[in-house]
Design a protein around this ligand. Structure first.
Ligand code: PEP
Ligand code: MG
Length: 328
């Protein structure tokens, strides 16, 4: 079976009724980009850039310089040879602490993490944005802003990107003038108020790991509440549906880059809901592709509509399994 999956590498992920799904890889370090290529990914849907900043030894608080970041981002776009690479800006805090001082934070998941941290530390953000923009001259880069909840966070981020562009222009350093900027939808407030954001954004990407954590009020790293981590809770399905609908209405692409995207039990549900881009660990790409190749998306539609109207847990589970088992 492994060999068969390997042969799928160059096959596009097209459903039985002719709909192409873009399958992308999540990466954490530059060297993962080659793994993504080898797995047949159409690009990098999520480069978790914080891994360049974490676990650094030596001088305390020593962060990667603009040159070091530039080299890392450039390496990834070059390995991807023109395929799109979405770099998520620094998402530290909570389960990804930058240094040990953060262990004293009252409630890390609800604290100063991701874009909140970057807007509080504009020098760190500026350095990263400059490095990303410089790397954008060498391929196709997109910027993804994590943990958005407020309109001003988008406005300030876009203003900082414009400022970094102006600096580079003055210094006669090349970058992609039309670099796309998107936001992660991973706080319920963002999913519930998408019209507040979409007009300013080129794309959306749903972080289901945090979306589930914040919607169900369960720490994603706390084993004591792991049994409550239900990715098909009706609240999650509604938020996913709202997000894909808002993106379609605004005519911007929407991806899923959280764990749900790589769960074969959910593939039909997600593509049936209208998602056309899924980003996951590279190792999962072949099996997800095979699932798509054996699915007729149009024929799923009636069941998906029913699922979105079903709140009884037992009936919902039955409908979800019937979608998974449906033969075409
Ligand atoms: C997510 O929250 O689903 C996500 C993709 O980001 P991370 O897991 O890095 O928080
Ligand atoms: Mg997240």
């Amino acid at each position: 079976a492994k060999k068969k999956l390997g042969k799928l590498k160059k096959t596009p992920a097209i459903s039985l009724d002719g709909i192409e799904i873009t399958l992308l890889a999540n990466i954490e370090l530059p060297q993962d980009a080659q793994v993504a290529v080898d797995a047949g990914a159409s690009g990098v849907g999520l480069f978790r850039s914080e891994f360049l900043f974490m676990g650094r030894t030596g001088v305390e608080h020593q962060l990667p310089s603009e040159e070091e970041q530039f080299a890392a981002y450039k390496q990834v776009v070059q390995v991807m040879k023109g395929k799109p690479v979405t770099i998520r800006t620094l998402d530290v805090g909570a389960d990804k602490p930058l240094d040990h001082s953060e262990h004293n934070i009252l409630n890390p998941a609800l604290g100063l993490r991701a874009i909140r941290y970057c807007l509080k530390e504009p020098q760190i953000f500026r350095t990263q944005l400059r490095a990303i923009l410089r790397a954008s001259a060498f391929g196709t880069l997109h910027i993804l802003i994590p943990m958005i909840a407020h309109a001003f966070e988008i406005e300030q981020s876009l203003a900082m990107i414009e400022q970094a562009k102006a600096e580079l222009r003055n210094e006669a350093i090349a970058f992609d003038e039309d670099i796309q900027v998107g936001a992660m939808i991973e706080i319920p407030a963002a999913a519930l108020s998408l019209p507040m954001f979409v007009k300013k954004l080129d794309f959306l990407s749903i972080g289901t790991n945090d979306l589930i954590q914040y919607t169900l009020a369960i720490d994603r790293a706390d084993h004591e509440v792991a049994h409550l981590y239900n990715d098909t809770h009706p609240a999650i399905l509604q938020l996913l549906h709202m997000t894909v609908s808002a993106a379609q209405k605004a005519e911007i692409p929407v991806a899923i880059c959280g764990g749900m995207a790589g769960d074969i039990k959910l593939t039909r549900l997600l593509i049936g809901m209208g998602f056309r881009e899924l980003s996951m660990p590279a190792a999962l790409l072949p099996e997800i592709k095979q699932e798509i190749l054996g699915t007729n998306i149009a024929e799923l539609e009636p069941s998906i509509k029913k699922i979105l109207r079903t709140y009884d847990p037992h009936s919902l589970q039955e409908l979800l399994s019937s979608v998974r088992d449906q033969a075409f």
